[in-house]
Ligand binder design. Structure first.
Ligand code: PLP
Length: 285
């Protein structure tokens, strides 16, 4: 696999970052994951815009301009013959040559930029999208700026492990009884034909897939309500689902052992997955 590191395309064995890099020492880094279907990027513009926002919220410099970023994505797809899969991108505040809590001077410490590909053949037909996901709920104890896509992923990772241990697929995070989001996705319920998902704030990541799916839902005359919902309300919903760049629209069929509807992916989740894949392929670049 060919990996991009600070201007170079290298075999992955040769791609290296310093032990003093603040991404490694302090999780002082942000990331993006962009899906690739049939060799084309899904919603590159959305991911680039969110990256710019994450960087600006943390007073971090952009390592390259917009056009160059697109060029790097395309070049990696080409060099790795990527058909279906994703591109992972990470920007760190760089390597100041020492460990210090104080941010280094951006004049002397340049950000680190790393991108690599992950092949996921047939990702549009993932088996779980046919059966639906089983989820558990756990307390949301993450920091208060979840709208910034940082690499602080230890707690979400522990959440996924807790789900696996319970024989489930993923976890939803709960704050004051309300669902914030999934470990790596946005959360939705459907009740009486109405799609309900938490409104945007610092409490959740502003999903690129969320924005697209809500737009498609409204265009298809589905009713969308953006408001917090409780985990109790979710267990009484007709259906539920999650969205993310890497899993698209994923039906949820069980929450904390409670079966939703008939235990199969719901019609609205299935329809939205179809629409999302169809429309995203059309605008893929
Ligand atoms: N929420 C969290 C916490 C995430 O980590 C992710 C994706 O990684 C999402 C939501 C979904 O965002 P997107 O649709 O941009 O992938």
């Amino acid at each position: 696999r060919i990996v991009y590191v600070n201007g170079d395309y290298l075999p992955e064995e040769e791609a290296k970052v310093s032990v003093f890099d603040r991404g490694f020492l302090m999780a002082d880094a942000v990331y993006e994951v962009t899906s690739v279907l049939d060799g084309k990027l899904l919603d590159f513009e959305g991911h680039a815009a969110r990256l710019a926002r994450s960087l600006s919220e943390l007073d971090m410099q952009a390592p390259v301009g917009h056009e160059e970023l697109l060029e790097i994505h395309r070049e990696l797809v080409k060099r790795n013959d990527l058909v279906d899969g994703m591109i992972y991108l990470q920007v760190t505040r760089g390597n100041p040559g020492d460990r210090d809590f104080v941010f280094p001077d951006p004049e002397t410490t340049r950000p680190t930029l790393v991108l690599f590909t992950q092949s996921k053949p047939g990702m549009a037909d993932a088996p779980m999208s046919k059966t639906g996901a089983k989820i558990i709920s756990i307390e949301d104890i993450r920091w208060g700026r979840r709208d910034i896509k940082t690499v602080q992923l230890l707690y979400p990772s522990m959440g996924k492990m807790a789900a696996k241990k319970a024989g489930c697929d993923d976890a939803w995070l709960i704050e004051d009884g309300f669902v914030t989001e999934g470990t790596s996705n946005n959360a939705y319920i459907v009740k009486g034909g109405r799609i309900i998902t938490r409104d945007l704030s610092h409490d959740i990541l502003h999903g690129i897939t969320r924005a697209a799916v809500l737009r498609f839902a409204r265009e298809a005359q589905m009713e969308v309500v953006e408001r917090p919902f409780t985990i109790a309300e979710a267990k009484e919903a007709d259906e539920a689902f999650t969205t993310s760049a890497s899993a698209f629209v994923m039906p949820v069929v069980e929450i904390d052992g409670v079966t939703l509807g008939d235990g199969k992916p719901g019609p609205i989740a299935k329809r939205l997955r179809e629409i999302y894949l169809e429309e995203s392929r059309k605008t893929a670049t």
